[in-house]
Design a protein around this ligand. Structure first.
Ligand SMILES: Cc1cc2nc3c(=O)[nH]c(=O)nc-3n(C[C@H](O)[C@H](O)[C@H](O)COP(=O)(O)OP(=O)(O)OC[C@H]3O[C@@H](n4cnc5c(N)ncnc54)[C@H](O)[C@@H]3O)c2cc1C
Ligand SMILES: NC(=O)c1ccc[n+]([C@@H]2O[C@H](COP(=O)([O-])OP(=O)(O)OC[C@H]3O[C@@H](n4cnc5c(N)ncnc54)[C@H](O)[C@@H]3O)[C@@H](O)[C@H]2O)c1
Length: 481
């Protein structure tokens, strides 16, 4: 059943994940009447099945490792394991028990209207929303529609018996109410290494199956090597060059048998597929505006969708495939909101590099932290990526454990830092820090990379003694030397 009259807004946002929420926040702040359409929970994947629950599972393990790495504290915590039930209960509180009342209240307080249901583009600046009871509403936008529908896990299609084996995806891996005795994890990317670390710390026997020969292949090679060392030390059975060819789970909840390339087999209580993401665009009406359903949405730096006339359709967050990270989605949302507001008010855009209407940092300066032990914190270009771009660069490496602050932080601190130095412009274009507690150092590197701070000026940015940040002194010496 379709409502007879269309409801008119200035802006329609499709998807209330962190990206959609922030687009709506910005357009409301600019005085534009904004409606957000959500099919599941306001807050999106990030709040309920990704960032928040995964980090809530990981943080207690890091806290315990930190205590164990310091003489005196080590004796106090002894050899005890994590209290799994308490960790899962804390995780549940961080997901608000998978209820979105708090975020709905935030929408209300911010002045964003909410329509629940599945949204689809139905033509130029028009969206239909199908509610759970089958009723349909038609929404039209005077200025803009922003697609922020995120991504979903992608599973391989060439593994016999995969669907019948009911594999875990990120949803079960972050939301499981119990700790599996044996967990097999497929995929050596970020989800794979973080979840292997988390469930191992909670007591599972974990096997991590990686088809290539390295973890975290998009980062500096030493990051994957140190994370592999950390996982092995934690007791994870790490197998490189291994593919799963078939899965068999005879009972719905019984163990699953994995057949491996090379002939071996493995039995686990659960198997997690952490093999990447696909866009949530298969059923959002892209065909109504001349785009291909199921595709990532191509955008320019202002997040305006390419191939659609009239500059009214935007895509931000995971769905545009620029950087699959919550903070970059929120950054794109701030840019998108500013672009929509400027066009609505007839103001010219500044889409120059680092301009107010250009999501330049997606390309040059997106930071990421991998919350393993050791942590990995990286921003900008790797050495290999800089060389591929034809930049004249040198890598400057330093062992973080040599720094006084690091040796105070943990007995026998192990870690490594690299900056990629552009010899022509004399600025840092990339940084990668690996070690305990490096996450909070990352913003200093992001400011250096995004700010393109000249090395001679960075020389005057003095890190406090005795902090791990003093590694900057050695790195800067290496750049100038
Ligand atoms: C296990 C895991 C851990 C992660 N950890 C981190 C981390 O620590 N840090 C980090 O930066 N990133 C992390 N990420 C990535 C992060 O989750 C995503 O980058 C982020 O969620 C993207 O936000 P989004 O708003 O674009 O999409 P989503 O969070 O996916 O939100 C999209 C929303 O749109 C809704 N929707 C979709 N289609 C429709 C439709 N047709 N109609 C109405 N509503 C619709 C969905 O229901 C959803 O609520 C992690 C990802 C995973 C899988
Ligand atoms: N801390 C964080 O910032 C964080 C944490 C988790 C996820 N994320 C984001 O979520 C996104 C998704 O993470 P992800 O780990 O699922 O994807 P990913 O792309 O990082 O890694 C997927 C891995 O699976 C492997 N793979 C793909 N198909 C396979 C197959 N058929 N068999 C075996 N291996 C296969 C790939 O080679 C790759 O190494 C990432 O882009 C990441 O940025 C971020």
């Amino acid at each position: 059943m379709t409502s007879s009259t269309a409801e008119e807004y200035d802006v329609i946002v499709l998807g209330a994940g962190p990206t959609g929420e922030n687009v709506a926040d910005r357009t409301v702040a600019a005085g534009l009447r904004t409606v957000i359409v959500e099919a599941e929970l306001v807050g999106g994947e990030c709040s309920y099945w990704a960032c928040m629950p995964s980090k809530a599972l990981l943080r207690p393990a890091a806290a315990l490792d930190d205590a164990r790495a310091v003489g005196g504290a080590r004796e106090a915590v002894g050899g005890g394991r994590l209290d799994a039930a308490a960790v899962l209960a804390r995780r549940d509180s961080f997901t608000s028990h998978w209820k979105d009342d708090g975020q709905v209240q935030w929408l209300r307080d911010t002045g964003i209207e909410l329509v629940r249901g599945h949204g689809r583009l139905a033509g130029v600046r028009t969206v239909t929303v199908e509610a759970e009871d089958g009723t349909e509403r038609v929404l039209t936008a005077r200025h803009a529609v922003a697609v922020c529908t995120g991504s979903r896990p992608v599973l391989p299609t060439d593994v016999t018996g995969l669907a019948d084996a009911h594999p875990w995806t990120n949803r079960e891996a972050t939301g499981s109410p119990t700790v599996p005795g044996r967990l097999a994890v497929v995929g050596g990317g970020v989800v794979g290494v973080e979840m292997a670390r988390a469930w191992r710390a909670l007591g599972s026997e974990v096997v991590l199956l990686v088809r290539g020969d390295a973890l975290l292949p998009r980062m500096e090679p030493f990051a994957g090597e140190l994370v592999a060392e950390g996982l092995r030390e934690a007791g994870v059975d790490l197998r490189f060059g291994t593919q799963v060819t078939a899965l068999e789970r005879p009972g719905a909840t019984g163990p699953v048998v994995l057949s491996l390339s090379g002939g071996g087999a493995l039995t686990a209580d659960e198997v997690l597929y952490a093999t990447g993401r696909a866009p949530r665009t298969a059923d959002i009406g892209l065909e109504q505006v001349g785009l291909r359903p199921g595709a990532w949405l191509d955008v320019d730096d202002s997040c305006t969708v390419l191939g659609v006339d009239g500059e009214w359709l935007y895509a931000a967050g995971d769905v545009n495939h620029r950087a699959l990270l919550t903070h970059q989605g929120k950054y794109q949302a701030r840019i998108t909101g500013a672009v929509i507001a400027a066009r609505a008010q007839g103001r010219a855009l500044d889409t120059s590099r680092w301009g107010a209407h250009s999501a330049s940092a997606d390309v040059a300066g997106a930071p990421q932290v991998v919350f393993t032990q050791p942590e990995v914190a990286a921003v900008g270009l790797t050495l290999a990526a800089a060389e591929r771009l034809g930049l004249r660069v040198k890598a400057v490496d330093h062992g973080i454990g040599d720094v006084a602050g690091a040796s105070l932080y943990a007995d026998g601190y192990r870690g490594r830092a690299r900056v990629v130095f552009d010899l022509d412009r004399e600025v840092i274009v990339g940084a990668c820090l690996v070690g305990p507690a490096v996450a909070e150092l990352l913003h200093s590197a992001t400011v250096a990379v995004v700010g393109e701070v000249p090395i001679d000026r960075l020389w005057h940015a003095v890190p406090a003694y005795p902090t791990i940040s003093e590694v900057w002194l050695r790195l800067l010496e290496g750049c100038r030397g």
